[in-house]
Design a protein around this ligand. Structure first.
Ligand SMILES: [Zn+2]
Length: 289
């Protein structure tokens, strides 16, 4: 789509009208991000901002939530050429969906700056997925497969129709003193219903993973989900929860007790270990770490 190609080209060439670029041209506008207050650069808006990370985390492409630092948008887009390893059709799907997510992040930023409205991250995901589907339909590519199915089915197994599946994750970078948790709840179609990414502080990754599960359970109780499946890539944590918490390290025992208590609020609640990356696309996994 030429409009989006031009947009991405301008993003790489620092040609978008954002705070940082305008200030360098002596145009006096607020140089700070409207979401988090950090310096507003193109890379920040599209990749580095916690708001953008929630969108990437929740979209069918996988998670970018554990990304450390603020990678350059041009380097990231340049890296899209590695998609070709996945085959021509898959590469085209990945590039198209990435492009639409960037585009709707940009549109949401314009709406925010002009005070029109604040997009919820799930609205950006839905808009990008819808635009992707329409584009692929017009191109007669993968017309019979939903984008979610297209990209997710290889790595993420949908729950049955009456269940919600919640994937939890935590990231910790000791050298950069950054940590954060995230979780995403999807229905049987793979559509994100709750997407949360929170830069909370912890010094042990299992503590972070436990916090992520506890926060996810609280959100799911609040939302009124009755049957849930919780997945984490921390096998020790899942084992401790399944064992009832009695043998868990003191560091996490209180959180595990909470998790077990909260799980009793559901009609059905299971905890399962899945290997890291089973629900992330490999290329995003590499970018994050
Ligand atoms: Zn920001």
């Amino acid at each position: 789509m030429p409009k989006i190609q031009r947009f991405l080209w301008r993003a790489c060439a620092s040609g978008l009208a954002i705070g940082d670029a305008l200030n360098r041209r002596n145009i006096n506008v607020d140089p700070l991000c409207g979401h988090c207050g950090e310096c507003e650069t193109t890379s920040h808006i599209l990749l580095g901002c916690a708001y953008a990370k929630v969108v990437w985390f929740g979209c069918p492409l996988g998670s970018i939530s554990s990304m450390n630092g603020n990678p350059s948008i041009s380097d990231w887009i340049y890296g899209w050429k590695s998609f070709s390893n996945q085959g021509k059709k898959e590469a085209r799907s990945l590039i198209t969906l990435c492009s639409f997510v960037c585009w709707f992040l940009w549109l949401s930023r314009i709406d925010l700056v002009f005070g029109r409205r604040l997009w919820h991250p799930s609205e950006i995901i839905s808009a990008a997925v819808k635009a992707f589907q329409e584009f692929m339909d017009v191109q007669s590519i993968a017309a019979t497969i939903s984008p979610t199915t297209l990209i997710l089915t290889q790595r993420w197994i949908a729950p049955s129709a009456d269940f919600i599946k919640c994937n939890c994750d935590a990231s910790l970078s000791l050298d950069l003193c950054r940590s954060g948790i995230g979780f995403i709840c999807r229905d049987h179609r793979g559509m994100p219903l709750i997407v949360v990414s929170d830069p909370i502080s912890f010094s042990d990754v299992m503590v972070g993973e436990a916090h992520a599960i506890r926060m996810a359970l609280l959100e799911m109780i609040k939302t009124g989900f009755a049957q849930v499946m919780v997945e984490s890539d921390n096998i020790n944590l899942i084992t401790h929860i399944q064992d009832g918490g009695g043998t868990s390290p003191l560091l996490i025992r209180v959180i595990i007790d909470d998790i077990i208590h909260l799980s009793s609020f559901f009609v059905c609640c299971s905890f399962t270990y899945i290997p890291r990356g089973a629900w992330l696309t490999p290329w995003l996994g590499k970018l994050c770490r």
